[in-house]
Ligand binder design. Structure first.
Ligand code: GH3
Ligand code: MG
Ligand code: MG
Length: 429
Protein backbone atom coordinates (compact mmCIF):
# COMPACT_ATOMS: atom_id res chain seq x y z
CA UNK A 1 0.00 0.00 0.00
CA UNK A 2 1.07 3.59 -0.42
CA UNK A 3 1.83 5.93 2.44
CA UNK A 4 -1.45 7.11 3.90
CA UNK A 5 -1.66 9.42 6.88
CA UNK A 6 -3.36 8.05 9.94
CA UNK A 7 -6.27 9.52 11.82
CA UNK A 8 -9.32 11.27 10.42
CA UNK A 9 -8.13 14.68 11.56
CA UNK A 10 -4.90 14.27 9.67
CA UNK A 11 -5.63 12.20 6.67
CA UNK A 12 -8.83 13.86 5.43
CA UNK A 13 -8.14 12.38 2.02
CA UNK A 14 -4.55 13.56 1.97
CA UNK A 15 -2.04 11.47 0.13
CA UNK A 16 1.35 12.44 -1.21
CA UNK A 17 0.68 14.57 -4.31
CA UNK A 18 2.33 14.29 -7.67
CA UNK A 19 5.60 16.03 -7.10
CA UNK A 20 5.44 18.10 -10.29
CA UNK A 21 1.89 19.38 -9.71
CA UNK A 22 2.06 23.14 -10.28
CA UNK A 23 -0.26 25.92 -9.17
CA UNK A 24 -3.48 26.06 -11.21
CA UNK A 25 -3.45 28.76 -13.91
CA UNK A 26 -5.67 31.83 -13.67
CA UNK A 27 -9.28 31.20 -14.71
CA UNK A 28 -9.94 32.64 -18.22
CA UNK A 29 -12.84 34.80 -16.95
CA UNK A 30 -10.65 36.23 -14.18
CA UNK A 31 -7.86 36.93 -16.67
CA UNK A 32 -10.34 38.63 -19.04
CA UNK A 33 -11.77 40.66 -16.14
CA UNK A 34 -8.23 41.78 -15.25
CA UNK A 35 -7.55 42.86 -18.84
CA UNK A 36 -10.86 44.74 -19.08
CA UNK A 37 -10.21 46.53 -15.78
CA UNK A 38 -6.81 47.64 -17.04
CA UNK A 39 -7.85 48.48 -20.59
CA UNK A 40 -11.36 49.78 -19.97
CA UNK A 41 -14.52 49.03 -21.94
CA UNK A 42 -15.49 52.35 -23.59
CA UNK A 43 -18.34 50.82 -25.61
CA UNK A 44 -20.15 49.63 -22.51
CA UNK A 45 -20.15 46.06 -23.65
CA UNK A 46 -18.08 43.03 -22.65
CA UNK A 47 -17.14 40.16 -24.98
CA UNK A 48 -20.23 37.97 -25.56
CA UNK A 49 -19.75 35.28 -22.88
CA UNK A 50 -18.83 37.72 -20.14
CA UNK A 51 -21.60 40.12 -21.17
CA UNK A 52 -24.08 37.31 -20.74
CA UNK A 53 -22.68 36.49 -17.28
CA UNK A 54 -22.88 40.18 -16.33
CA UNK A 55 -26.50 40.45 -17.45
CA UNK A 56 -27.55 37.24 -15.70
CA UNK A 57 -25.49 37.95 -12.60
CA UNK A 58 -27.12 41.33 -12.00
CA UNK A 59 -30.59 40.50 -13.37
CA UNK A 60 -32.38 40.24 -10.01
CA UNK A 61 -30.85 43.42 -8.64
CA UNK A 62 -31.56 45.25 -11.89
CA UNK A 63 -35.22 44.20 -11.97
CA UNK A 64 -35.65 45.17 -8.31
CA UNK A 65 -34.22 48.60 -9.09
CA UNK A 66 -36.51 48.98 -12.10
CA UNK A 67 -39.56 48.03 -10.03
CA UNK A 68 -38.76 50.53 -7.27
CA UNK A 69 -37.91 53.36 -9.68
CA UNK A 70 -40.98 52.40 -11.74
CA UNK A 71 -43.25 52.67 -8.70
CA UNK A 72 -41.69 56.07 -7.88
CA UNK A 73 -42.22 57.24 -11.44
CA UNK A 74 -45.94 56.47 -11.12
CA UNK A 75 -46.19 58.95 -8.27
CA UNK A 76 -44.28 61.63 -10.19
CA UNK A 77 -46.13 60.92 -13.43
CA UNK A 78 -49.51 61.46 -11.79
CA UNK A 79 -48.18 64.31 -9.65
CA UNK A 80 -47.80 66.11 -12.96
CA UNK A 81 -51.56 66.58 -12.92
CA UNK A 82 -50.76 69.64 -10.79
CA UNK A 83 -48.62 70.99 -13.66
CA UNK A 84 -51.43 70.13 -16.10
CA UNK A 85 -53.87 72.07 -13.96
CA UNK A 86 -51.51 75.10 -13.75
CA UNK A 87 -50.14 75.14 -17.32
CA UNK A 88 -52.88 73.49 -19.39
CA UNK A 89 -56.11 73.85 -17.37
CA UNK A 90 -58.24 73.72 -20.54
CA UNK A 91 -57.38 70.03 -21.08
CA UNK A 92 -57.24 68.89 -17.48
CA UNK A 93 -59.96 66.34 -18.09
CA UNK A 94 -58.02 64.80 -21.01
CA UNK A 95 -54.85 64.86 -18.90
CA UNK A 96 -56.62 62.94 -16.14
CA UNK A 97 -57.88 60.40 -18.72
CA UNK A 98 -54.45 59.90 -20.27
CA UNK A 99 -52.55 59.78 -17.00
CA UNK A 100 -54.93 57.95 -14.69
CA UNK A 101 -57.09 56.17 -17.25
CA UNK A 102 -54.53 54.94 -19.77
CA UNK A 103 -50.87 55.00 -18.78
CA UNK A 104 -51.24 54.34 -15.03
CA UNK A 105 -53.20 51.07 -15.49
CA UNK A 106 -50.79 50.06 -18.25
CA UNK A 107 -47.71 50.71 -16.09
CA UNK A 108 -49.31 49.04 -13.06
CA UNK A 109 -50.06 45.99 -15.17
CA UNK A 110 -46.45 45.71 -16.35
CA UNK A 111 -44.99 46.46 -12.88
CA UNK A 112 -47.42 44.09 -11.16
CA UNK A 113 -46.63 41.28 -13.59
CA UNK A 114 -42.87 41.76 -13.15
CA UNK A 115 -43.23 41.86 -9.35
CA UNK A 116 -45.47 38.79 -9.15
CA UNK A 117 -43.50 36.73 -11.68
CA UNK A 118 -40.11 38.09 -10.55
CA UNK A 119 -38.18 34.81 -10.80
CA UNK A 120 -39.76 33.85 -14.10
CA UNK A 121 -38.96 37.26 -15.60
CA UNK A 122 -35.27 37.17 -14.65
CA UNK A 123 -34.85 33.55 -15.71
CA UNK A 124 -36.91 33.41 -18.89
CA UNK A 125 -36.91 36.87 -20.43
CA UNK A 126 -33.83 38.11 -22.27
CA UNK A 127 -32.42 41.32 -20.80
CA UNK A 128 -32.83 43.18 -24.09
CA UNK A 129 -36.58 42.64 -23.80
CA UNK A 130 -36.69 43.94 -20.22
CA UNK A 131 -34.57 46.96 -21.17
CA UNK A 132 -36.76 47.46 -24.24
CA UNK A 133 -39.90 47.62 -22.07
CA UNK A 134 -38.12 50.14 -19.83
CA UNK A 135 -37.27 52.25 -22.89
CA UNK A 136 -40.92 52.09 -23.99
CA UNK A 137 -42.01 53.49 -20.62
CA UNK A 138 -39.91 56.63 -21.30
CA UNK A 139 -41.47 56.96 -24.72
CA UNK A 140 -44.95 56.65 -23.18
CA UNK A 141 -44.14 59.46 -20.72
CA UNK A 142 -42.84 61.61 -23.59
CA UNK A 143 -45.96 60.74 -25.60
CA UNK A 144 -48.18 61.89 -22.71
CA UNK A 145 -46.39 65.26 -22.68
CA UNK A 146 -46.68 65.54 -26.49
CA UNK A 147 -50.39 64.65 -26.38
CA UNK A 148 -51.24 67.34 -23.82
CA UNK A 149 -49.14 69.83 -25.83
CA UNK A 150 -50.99 68.97 -29.01
CA UNK A 151 -54.47 69.56 -27.57
CA UNK A 152 -54.04 72.46 -25.17
CA UNK A 153 -54.67 76.04 -26.25
CA UNK A 154 -53.31 77.48 -23.00
CA UNK A 155 -51.11 80.62 -23.30
CA UNK A 156 -48.33 79.15 -21.20
CA UNK A 157 -48.20 75.89 -23.11
CA UNK A 158 -44.64 76.46 -24.33
CA UNK A 159 -43.50 75.84 -20.73
CA UNK A 160 -45.05 72.42 -20.95
CA UNK A 161 -42.00 71.38 -23.03
CA UNK A 162 -40.12 71.33 -19.72
CA UNK A 163 -41.91 68.01 -19.13
CA UNK A 164 -39.38 66.43 -21.52
CA UNK A 165 -36.59 67.45 -19.11
CA UNK A 166 -38.14 65.35 -16.40
CA UNK A 167 -38.42 62.36 -18.74
CA UNK A 168 -34.72 62.66 -19.68
CA UNK A 169 -33.52 63.01 -16.08
CA UNK A 170 -35.70 60.13 -14.94
CA UNK A 171 -34.69 57.72 -17.74
CA UNK A 172 -30.97 58.43 -17.65
CA UNK A 173 -30.27 58.94 -13.96
CA UNK A 174 -33.07 57.47 -11.85
CA UNK A 175 -34.14 54.52 -13.96
CA UNK A 176 -30.57 54.20 -15.22
CA UNK A 177 -31.42 52.65 -18.55
CA UNK A 178 -28.44 50.78 -19.99
CA UNK A 179 -26.24 53.32 -21.77
CA UNK A 180 -27.15 52.56 -25.37
CA UNK A 181 -30.84 52.34 -24.50
CA UNK A 182 -30.49 55.68 -22.69
CA UNK A 183 -28.92 57.16 -25.82
CA UNK A 184 -31.80 55.84 -27.93
CA UNK A 185 -34.53 57.01 -25.56
CA UNK A 186 -32.90 60.46 -25.14
CA UNK A 187 -32.73 60.83 -28.93
CA UNK A 188 -36.39 59.78 -29.19
CA UNK A 189 -37.50 62.23 -26.46
CA UNK A 190 -35.56 65.05 -28.15
CA UNK A 191 -37.14 64.10 -31.48
CA UNK A 192 -40.62 64.23 -29.94
CA UNK A 193 -39.80 67.65 -28.47
CA UNK A 194 -38.58 68.94 -31.85
CA UNK A 195 -41.63 67.53 -33.57
CA UNK A 196 -43.89 69.32 -31.09
CA UNK A 197 -41.89 72.54 -31.43
CA UNK A 198 -42.20 72.33 -35.21
CA UNK A 199 -45.79 71.23 -35.61
CA UNK A 200 -47.63 72.82 -32.72
CA UNK A 201 -47.99 76.58 -32.96
CA UNK A 202 -46.73 78.14 -29.76
CA UNK A 203 -47.77 81.63 -28.60
CA UNK A 204 -44.14 82.33 -27.58
CA UNK A 205 -42.05 80.72 -30.36
CA UNK A 206 -38.89 82.66 -29.33
CA UNK A 207 -38.77 80.54 -26.15
CA UNK A 208 -38.38 77.32 -28.11
CA UNK A 209 -34.66 77.64 -29.11
CA UNK A 210 -33.48 78.25 -25.49
CA UNK A 211 -35.76 75.42 -24.33
CA UNK A 212 -34.26 73.12 -26.96
CA UNK A 213 -30.77 74.12 -25.82
CA UNK A 214 -31.62 73.31 -22.21
CA UNK A 215 -33.06 69.96 -23.28
CA UNK A 216 -29.93 69.14 -25.29
CA UNK A 217 -27.66 70.07 -22.39
CA UNK A 218 -29.80 68.01 -20.01
CA UNK A 219 -29.65 65.01 -22.35
CA UNK A 220 -25.88 65.42 -22.68
CA UNK A 221 -25.12 65.71 -18.96
CA UNK A 222 -27.54 63.03 -17.84
CA UNK A 223 -26.07 60.68 -20.45
CA UNK A 224 -22.59 61.35 -19.05
CA UNK A 225 -23.90 60.53 -15.57
CA UNK A 226 -25.60 57.43 -16.98
CA UNK A 227 -22.33 56.33 -18.61
CA UNK A 228 -20.37 56.81 -15.39
CA UNK A 229 -22.96 54.89 -13.35
CA UNK A 230 -22.96 51.94 -15.73
CA UNK A 231 -19.16 51.95 -15.95
CA UNK A 232 -18.96 51.76 -12.14
CA UNK A 233 -21.51 48.95 -12.03
CA UNK A 234 -19.55 46.99 -14.64
CA UNK A 235 -16.25 47.63 -12.85
CA UNK A 236 -17.75 46.33 -9.61
CA UNK A 237 -18.86 43.20 -11.42
CA UNK A 238 -15.38 42.64 -12.89
CA UNK A 239 -13.73 43.21 -9.52
CA UNK A 240 -16.01 40.77 -7.73
CA UNK A 241 -15.57 38.18 -10.50
CA UNK A 242 -11.82 38.52 -10.22
CA UNK A 243 -11.91 38.37 -6.43
CA UNK A 244 -14.03 35.21 -6.51
CA UNK A 245 -11.68 33.42 -8.91
CA UNK A 246 -8.58 34.60 -7.07
CA UNK A 247 -9.98 33.28 -3.80
CA UNK A 248 -10.71 29.94 -5.43
CA UNK A 249 -7.18 29.84 -6.80
CA UNK A 250 -5.80 30.74 -3.40
CA UNK A 251 -7.78 27.89 -1.83
CA UNK A 252 -6.26 25.49 -4.37
CA UNK A 253 -2.73 26.75 -3.75
CA UNK A 254 -3.27 26.57 0.00
CA UNK A 255 -4.46 22.95 -0.21
CA UNK A 256 -1.49 22.11 -2.41
CA UNK A 257 0.95 23.76 0.00
CA UNK A 258 -0.64 21.85 2.83
CA UNK A 259 0.03 18.60 0.98
CA UNK A 260 3.53 19.58 -0.07
CA UNK A 261 4.45 20.62 3.48
CA UNK A 262 3.71 17.06 4.60
CA UNK A 263 5.59 15.19 1.91
CA UNK A 264 9.28 14.45 1.55
CA UNK A 265 10.56 15.97 -1.66
CA UNK A 266 13.00 13.20 -2.56
CA UNK A 267 11.09 10.02 -1.81
CA UNK A 268 7.43 11.07 -2.09
CA UNK A 269 6.49 9.52 1.27
CA UNK A 270 5.43 11.72 4.17
CA UNK A 271 8.04 13.79 5.96
CA UNK A 272 9.15 13.85 9.59
CA UNK A 273 6.92 16.82 10.43
CA UNK A 274 3.84 14.91 9.33
CA UNK A 275 5.02 11.71 11.04
CA UNK A 276 5.36 13.54 14.34
CA UNK A 277 1.87 15.04 14.07
CA UNK A 278 0.43 11.69 13.05
CA UNK A 279 2.21 9.97 15.93
CA UNK A 280 0.79 12.46 18.46
CA UNK A 281 -2.67 12.08 17.02
CA UNK A 282 -2.59 8.29 16.91
CA UNK A 283 -1.07 8.11 20.38
CA UNK A 284 -3.82 10.29 21.88
CA UNK A 285 -6.43 8.18 20.17
CA UNK A 286 -4.81 4.94 21.38
CA UNK A 287 -4.62 6.35 24.95
CA UNK A 288 -8.31 7.19 24.73
CA UNK A 289 -9.18 3.71 23.43
CA UNK A 290 -6.66 1.97 25.74
CA UNK A 291 -5.13 0.21 22.72
CA UNK A 292 -1.55 -0.64 21.75
CA UNK A 293 0.57 1.09 19.15
CA UNK A 294 3.79 0.20 17.35
CA UNK A 295 6.57 2.33 15.93
CA UNK A 296 9.12 0.93 13.50
CA UNK A 297 12.42 2.67 12.70
CA UNK A 298 14.22 1.55 9.56
CA UNK A 299 17.81 2.53 8.72
CA UNK A 300 19.64 1.67 5.51
CA UNK A 301 22.80 -0.29 6.25
CA UNK A 302 26.18 1.10 5.24
CA UNK A 303 24.61 3.88 3.30
CA UNK A 304 27.57 6.17 3.58
CA UNK A 305 29.62 3.50 1.84
CA UNK A 306 26.86 3.09 -0.76
CA UNK A 307 27.13 6.79 -1.58
CA UNK A 308 30.88 6.67 -1.64
CA UNK A 309 30.90 3.61 -3.88
CA UNK A 310 27.94 4.22 -6.24
CA UNK A 311 27.70 8.00 -6.12
CA UNK A 312 25.28 10.36 -4.39
CA UNK A 313 22.80 10.31 -7.27
CA UNK A 314 22.54 6.52 -7.11
CA UNK A 315 22.11 6.96 -3.36
CA UNK A 316 19.09 9.21 -3.96
CA UNK A 317 17.59 6.71 -6.36
CA UNK A 318 18.18 3.95 -3.82
CA UNK A 319 16.35 5.95 -1.11
CA UNK A 320 13.35 6.40 -3.45
CA UNK A 321 13.13 2.68 -4.12
CA UNK A 322 13.56 1.78 -0.46
CA UNK A 323 10.78 4.25 0.48
CA UNK A 324 8.42 2.66 -2.06
CA UNK A 325 9.28 -0.86 -0.89
CA UNK A 326 8.62 0.12 2.74
CA UNK A 327 5.29 1.79 1.86
CA UNK A 328 4.15 -1.25 -0.07
CA UNK A 329 4.95 -3.56 2.84
CA UNK A 330 2.26 -1.99 5.02
CA UNK A 331 -1.27 -3.34 4.72
CA UNK A 332 -3.71 -1.38 6.82
CA UNK A 333 -5.03 1.98 5.69
CA UNK A 334 -4.16 3.53 9.05
CA UNK A 335 -0.48 2.55 8.80
CA UNK A 336 1.96 5.17 7.62
CA UNK A 337 5.54 5.43 6.41
CA UNK A 338 7.55 8.65 6.54
CA UNK A 339 11.14 9.65 5.95
CA UNK A 340 12.50 10.40 9.39
CA UNK A 341 15.89 11.78 8.34
CA UNK A 342 18.74 11.02 5.88
CA UNK A 343 18.49 7.26 5.25
CA UNK A 344 16.11 6.60 8.10
CA UNK A 345 12.39 5.89 7.88
CA UNK A 346 9.64 5.57 10.45
CA UNK A 347 6.46 3.51 10.29
CA UNK A 348 3.48 4.05 12.60
CA UNK A 349 1.11 1.16 13.19
CA UNK A 350 -1.79 2.12 15.42
CA UNK A 351 -3.55 -0.72 17.24
CA UNK A 352 -0.91 -3.23 16.14
CA UNK A 353 -0.08 -5.96 18.62
CA UNK A 354 3.44 -7.41 19.07
CA UNK A 355 3.02 -10.15 16.46
CA UNK A 356 1.54 -7.81 13.81
CA UNK A 357 4.27 -5.22 14.35
CA UNK A 358 7.10 -7.76 14.14
CA UNK A 359 5.59 -9.30 11.02
CA UNK A 360 5.28 -5.87 9.40
CA UNK A 361 8.90 -5.07 10.31
CA UNK A 362 10.07 -8.34 8.82
CA UNK A 363 8.06 -7.70 5.63
CA UNK A 364 9.77 -4.31 5.35
CA UNK A 365 13.24 -5.78 5.79
CA UNK A 366 12.54 -8.47 3.19
CA UNK A 367 10.97 -6.01 0.75
CA UNK A 368 14.19 -3.96 0.69
CA UNK A 369 16.37 -7.03 0.38
CA UNK A 370 14.20 -8.26 -2.49
CA UNK A 371 14.76 -5.03 -4.35
CA UNK A 372 18.20 -6.58 -4.94
CA UNK A 373 19.91 -3.23 -5.35
CA UNK A 374 23.59 -4.07 -5.69
CA UNK A 375 25.72 -2.67 -2.84
CA UNK A 376 29.35 -2.94 -3.81
CA UNK A 377 30.77 -1.86 -0.44
CA UNK A 378 28.56 -3.47 2.19
CA UNK A 379 30.07 -5.69 4.87
CA UNK A 380 26.64 -7.23 5.44
CA UNK A 381 25.31 -8.39 2.04
CA UNK A 382 25.93 -7.87 -1.69
CA UNK A 383 22.66 -5.94 -1.87
CA UNK A 384 21.14 -2.95 -0.08
CA UNK A 385 19.69 -4.01 3.29
CA UNK A 386 18.01 -2.31 6.22
CA UNK A 387 18.09 -2.75 9.96
CA UNK A 388 14.76 -2.45 11.71
CA UNK A 389 13.86 -1.52 15.28
CA UNK A 390 10.34 -2.20 16.50
CA UNK A 391 8.77 -0.87 19.68
CA UNK A 392 5.25 -1.36 20.90
CA UNK A 393 3.37 -0.25 23.95
CA UNK A 394 -0.07 0.16 25.40
CA UNK A 395 -0.85 3.86 25.19
CA UNK A 396 -1.73 5.58 28.46
CA UNK A 397 -2.41 9.26 29.14
CA UNK A 398 0.70 9.48 31.38
CA UNK A 399 3.08 7.90 28.88
CA UNK A 400 4.72 10.09 26.22
CA UNK A 401 4.75 9.02 22.58
CA UNK A 402 8.45 9.98 22.46
CA UNK A 403 9.15 6.98 24.75
CA UNK A 404 7.94 4.71 21.99
CA UNK A 405 10.24 6.30 19.41
CA UNK A 406 13.18 6.12 21.82
CA UNK A 407 12.46 2.43 22.38
CA UNK A 408 12.34 1.83 18.63
CA UNK A 409 15.66 3.65 18.31
CA UNK A 410 17.18 1.39 20.95
CA UNK A 411 15.82 -1.65 19.15
CA UNK A 412 17.35 -0.34 15.93
CA UNK A 413 20.67 0.08 17.71
CA UNK A 414 20.47 -3.57 18.78
CA UNK A 415 19.64 -4.67 15.25
CA UNK A 416 22.71 -2.81 13.98
CA UNK A 417 24.86 -4.17 16.73
CA UNK A 418 23.80 -7.75 16.12
CA UNK A 419 24.95 -7.63 12.52
CA UNK A 420 22.45 -5.46 10.56
CA UNK A 421 19.87 -6.66 8.02
CA UNK A 422 17.65 -7.82 10.86
CA UNK A 423 14.71 -6.89 13.05
CA UNK A 424 15.00 -6.21 16.79
CA UNK A 425 12.05 -5.65 19.07
CA UNK A 426 11.37 -3.78 22.30
CA UNK A 427 8.11 -4.36 24.13
CA UNK A 428 7.25 -1.66 26.68
CA UNK A 429 4.21 -3.50 27.98
P1 GH3 B 1 24.87 2.26 9.33
O1 GH3 B 1 24.82 0.95 8.65
O2 GH3 B 1 25.49 2.20 10.66
O3 GH3 B 1 23.56 2.94 9.37
O4 GH3 B 1 25.84 3.16 8.47
P2 GH3 B 1 25.47 4.30 7.51
O5 GH3 B 1 26.62 4.58 6.62
O6 GH3 B 1 24.22 4.00 6.81
O7 GH3 B 1 25.20 5.50 8.48
P3 GH3 B 1 25.81 6.90 8.56
O8 GH3 B 1 24.97 7.67 9.53
O9 GH3 B 1 27.26 6.84 8.87
O10 GH3 B 1 25.64 7.52 7.12
C1 GH3 B 1 24.42 7.90 6.59
C2 GH3 B 1 24.66 8.43 5.23
O11 GH3 B 1 23.44 8.73 4.55
C3 GH3 B 1 25.47 9.67 5.25
C4 GH3 B 1 24.78 10.59 4.24
O12 GH3 B 1 25.63 11.07 3.27
C5 GH3 B 1 23.74 9.71 3.62
N1 GH3 B 1 22.57 10.47 3.26
C6 GH3 B 1 21.75 11.12 4.09
N2 GH3 B 1 20.76 11.70 3.39
C7 GH3 B 1 20.98 11.43 2.10
C8 GH3 B 1 20.28 11.75 0.87
O13 GH3 B 1 19.27 12.44 0.86
N3 GH3 B 1 20.79 11.29 -0.27
C9 GH3 B 1 21.92 10.52 -0.30
N4 GH3 B 1 22.36 10.08 -1.45
N5 GH3 B 1 22.59 10.23 0.82
C10 GH3 B 1 22.12 10.65 2.01
MG1 MG C 1 21.27 6.50 10.04
MG1 MG D 1 22.44 3.79 7.96
Amino acid sequence: MSAIPMGQALDAGLAPPARDAGASPEHPDAALAGRLLARGFPWMRFPAGLENTFQRHGAAQRLRHLLISGALSMVVFNGFLVADWLVAPDVLQEAVKVRLGLFTPLFLLVLGFAALCFQWVIRQLPMWLIEGVVLMSSLCAAAAVAYILSITQSDGRVFYHAGFLVVLAYSNVVQRQRFWYAVASSAAVLAVHLWCAHHIAAPEPRLLPPLTTVLLATAFFTLIANYALERDERRQFLLSLRRRHLLQQLDGVHAQLQRISRVDGLTGVFNRHHAQEALEHAWRRAAHDGSTMAVILVDVDHFKKYNDHHGHQAGDLCLQQVAQALSQSLRRPTDLVARYGGEEFIALLPQADAAQATQAAERMRQAVEQLALAHGASDTAPVVTVSVGVAMAKATPTRDSATLVEAADQALYHAKHRGRNRVATQHLG
